[in-house]
Design a binder for this molecule. Sequence first.
Ligand code: SF4
Length: 242
Amino acid sequence: MKYKKTPPLSLSSFKKYKMSFKPSILMSNRRNKKNQKILTLLEDNYPKFKGGLTNYSSPFQLLVAAILSAQSTDKQVNSVTEDLFSRFPTPQDFASAPLEDIEKAIAKVGLYKNKAKFIKELSIKLIEECDSVIPTTLKELIKLPGIGRKTANVLLNDWFEIHEGIAVDTHVTRISYRLGWTKNKNPIKIEQDLMQIIPTEKWGRITHLLISHGRAICKAQKPQCLNCFLSEHCPKFGVSEE
Ligand code: SF4
């Protein structure tokens, strides 16, 4: 059987192929190096911050603190959680408590009536369906009352060190966009974009690094670009808001 011989690539075709291929590799290498540099700078400048929520000592308590933190500051949440968890340390304590008692105990945080309801429902569901054990997958966690993707990712990354995704809040959204890491505004799409850029073992850390940077320098209004250690790598240097 005779095979048709493939004609050799002419010098001009090879050059064309080389030119179309090489720049994209170079560009992605350059982009990777730039992103790595940004990550290193963030880690060097915010070596300690591991999240603003304190006072929790179990994954269940971290979930409750995260529910309380929706549309409230970490400071407000921390001001109630010490007493709250000494009175109600476990799902059983919340499940058996009258709703009004939980409401009273968290009344200093915003939307406390809804949050009290979620915490009680969460506790009952954990007891009835999970044997009081906190699930360790994103899929199971987001089925629990009051638990969204962001909270589930915080719990998995920070407590269990299971890296299924990246928690995206307003700081992460804004700074990822400014740094050119995403063009999206939808948190799920932003999360997917970041997962392509950030090494898996840093999926928990990146949320805290961007929150730190958002609070200290890259604020929503009037970011301090002139004082920013990322200025030479940032395509939005000089932005006023967005
Ligand atoms: S240069 Fe400005 S926009 Fe860019 S990360 Fe820094 S503060 Fe934010």
